[in-house]
Design a binder for this molecule. Structure first.
Ligand code: ZN
Ligand code: ZN
Length: 206
């Protein structure tokens, strides 16, 4: 899952790679006896396995995964997890509850604190019982996964998360764009490394 991107600095620029090379790609010095100006460290992997995050709101690409298939926020699919990590999602097949591996690489938008867990599960159950989540009600534009999750969040009345859920635009701006933007940096780095093995950043980068 985590491809394990490593970052180090030897003679100046930051170097990113999947595993430490024998020699520095910048100055060619032997790295086994080198003095690093920044010791090699693992770049934090931004994605999570949804089932490990109870009472959470999560997104993933509608098809495929972030690292290989994600291009823009237009094709993101959103779901929530219960207090036991079961995924609940609404799509063209209707409402589904499951624990399958399709949500193994997603972004965590927010997670309720433990005192909220019972209220979270009860509210979710209540929203799931509404008659508008059958497959025949699904509409890609107007009645989709966002409709379900935002309806749930508004009913939940959980601080800023529920406030932002009043409109899809506000919700995207506050909760989705910041996550996809920072994950986007990791994704493009991963794809560069897959093509060329390492990547050198001449200017300082985060
Ligand atoms: Zn070097
Ligand atoms: Zn969707």
């Amino acid at each position: 899952m985590d491809p394990g991107i490593v970052c180090f600095q030897h003679c100046g620029p930051k170097v990113f790679c999947f595993s430490l090379p024998e020699s520095c790609p910048v100055c060619k010095a032997d790295l086994s006896e080198a003095n690093f100006s920044l010791l090699p460290f693992r770049v934090p992997y931004p994605f999570v396995r949804a089932s490990q995050y109870p009472c959470a709101v999560v997104i993933k690409p509608t098809s495929g995964d972030f690292l290989n298939d994600y291009y823009n926020s237009m094709d993101l699919h959103i779901g929530v997890t219960t207090s036991t990590g079961t995924i609940v999602e609404f799509d063209k097949n209707g409402l589904r509850r499951h624990r399958n591996g399709q949500w193994g690489q997603c972004l965590l938008l927010d997670q309720a604190t433990s005192p909220w867990r019972e209220h979270w599960d009860n509210t979710l159950l209540q929203v799931c019982k509404q008659k508008c989540w059958f497959a025949r009600n699904y509409n890609e534009e107007r009645h989709n996964c966002y409709t379900f999750v935002l309806t749930f969040l508004r009913t939940l009345d959980y601080g800023n998360l529920s406030k932002a859920a009043s409109s899809r635009t506000i919700f995207c701006e506050k909760f989705i764009v910041p996550r996809t933007t920072s994950a986007g940096k990791y994704i493009s780095l991963y794809r560069k490394l897959k093509d060329s093995g390492f990547c050198v950043h001449k200017t300082a980068c985060k």
